[in-house]
Design a protein around this ligand. Structure first.
Ligand code: DLL
Length: 433
């Protein structure tokens, strides 16, 4: 089902024409209304009139989180504050939050794109949508909420936390669609079982999960535990919030980018040279239609590549490969680049451990140490020491094989690792504390 078939299935040529017109328009708007963008463009000698074709985007300077920080809080807004009707912010782990703003038209556009996304995930006005993304400055809650309403579904605005009550609400209201982070979906599944509710008694049929990286193995785990289809949704506050891209329920492979509103590019993560779309690199987005907070060539730090193959669902929007990590998440352990998602991949393929883990990095003398704590399943925990030792060894060997680093594996008691209520915190890097 489509929410906006005309756009979602538009021939690529017609789409390119719209993108070019919108790109020219947004570049002129930021040049005229945001002194910071004007100065950056003047520095490299580019004027809005130089954007004659889509490839000319490469003449424009990048925007980074640092630029947003320098202009904290409202310095990059392109409209007067009296036209701004909503503010969101992303907390970030260091320094100031990133602040973004929306006009009435931006909110309407966002709601439309979220409705499109939910539709692509298989939701319809008939659904009852349990929205457990956090409400507040985080874009997840309100972003998904307005989208669900625009779709015409019934939205249950539970937000994050109070997990036991959520399970009851979900069961009693017969919610059919679940929106939350993938780590919270696992927490909900576990809480259902603890409360003696078989997840199959729920009316749930699909989950739309995002806001943090999750592996294919984690998807299988969630699908099995909840008996639903798990769909990946991507977005970031700087570009809009949730709904920048979404998997279609038909393929569940690659996330269709809302290309009539966001222009994706892939650049080399170190040199920032543009890469061909099919190559893996850092994702860069330009917002084509946003009014209050347009962003030009925003370097997301997320790694992906663009899949240009046709999709069986009929959408012509290119897909981006599932984001498995961001450059910020990368840990360098004894010179080896390690992403938490790679460790997750190993853990989730091992029989006998639960999908709850913690990665602890430290330094002893000049040597980096890596410890992986993972919960053992209830049945194994009471098993013979021998079995547990073998399990530890197996995980160690598999991590060493995949990543080339040795690590300490600690099996911990079931339910001893803190459960997530939003974005999971899975790495403690003591070297940075
Ligand atoms: O997390 C927006 C969002 C809300 C997306 C709800 C999906 C669902 P921020 O808090 O600004 O916005 O964080 C954005 O989260 O740059 C990625 O690193 C990561 N991220 C978001 N979605 C995914 C995903 C929201 N599906 C940052 N897979 C992004 C992997 C994701 N990482």
């Amino acid at each position: 089902m489509f929410f906006d078939k005309e756009y979602e299935c538009m021939p690529r040529e017609a789409l390119a024409a719209i993108q070019l017109k919108r790109l020219q328009d947004v570049v002129a708007r930021v040049y005229d209304n945001v002194p910071y963008y004007q100065a950056k463009m003047d520095d490299v000698g580019v004027k809005p009139a130089d954007i004659k074709e889509l490839a000319d985007i490469q003449k424009l300077p990048f925007t980074t989180k640092e630029d947003l920080r320098k202009n904290y809080p409202f310095g990059l807004f392109a409209v007067p504050m009296d036209e701004v009707v909503r503010i969101h912010a992303s907390s970030g782990t260091t320094g100031q939050p990133t602040v973004v703003g929306y006009t009435k038209a931006d909110i309407k556009m966002w709601a439309g794109l979220m409705a499109r996304s939910l539709c692509a995930a298989g939701a319809s006005p008939k659904d009852t949508i349990h929205n457990a993304y956090g409400y507040g400055l985080f874009t997840g809650g309100l972003g998904a909420h307005y989208g669900a309403e625009a779709l015409g579904a019934t939205v249950v605005p539970v937000s994050g936390g109070n997990t036991k009550r959520q399970v009851m609400v979900m069961r009693d209201f017969k919610s059919t669609v679940l929106l939350c982070t993938p780590s919270y979906a696992l927490n909900l599944a576990e809480t259902m079982v603890e409360q003696g509710i078989d997840p199959s008694e729920m009316a749930l049929r699909v989950g739309v999960f995002g806001a943090e990286p999750w592996s294919e193995n984690m998807r299988s785990e969630i699908q099995d535990k909840l008996g639903i289809k798990a769909i990946d949704i991507y977005g970031l506050s700087e570009i809009m919030g949730p709904g920048v891209s979404i998997e279609c329920v038909e393929e569940q492979r690659g996330l269709h980018v809302m290309e009539d509103h966001f222009l994706p590019e892939i650049v080399h993560p170190d040199s920032f040279e543009p890469l061909p779309l099919g190559e893996k690199g850092e994702l860069v987005f330009t917002t084509l239609t946003k009014q209050a907070f347009p962003v030009i060539r925003y370097r997301t730090k997320d790694f992906s590549r663009i899949i240009t193959d046709e999709c069986s669902c009929g959408r012509t929007f290119y897909r981006m490969e599932k984001v498995t990590g961001r450059s910020d998440d990368m840990m360098i352990i004894r010179g080896v680049n390690v992403f938490p998602s790679q460790i997750e991949h190993v853990l989730m393929s091992v029989e006998g451990v639960e999908p709850h883990y913690m990665i602890i990095v430290d330094r002893h003398g000049s040597l980096d140490t890596l410890e992986v704590q993972v919960e053992v399943s209830e049945s194994l925990f009471s098993d013979k020491i021998n079995t547990l030792e073998n399990l530890t060894k197996q995980i160690q060997v598999e991590i060493k094989d995949l990543l080339g680093v040795s690590c300490k594996v600690t099996l911990v008691e079931p339910k001893s690792i803190q459960r997530s209520e939003g974005k999971a915190q899975r790495v403690i890097d003591k070297r940075k504390i």
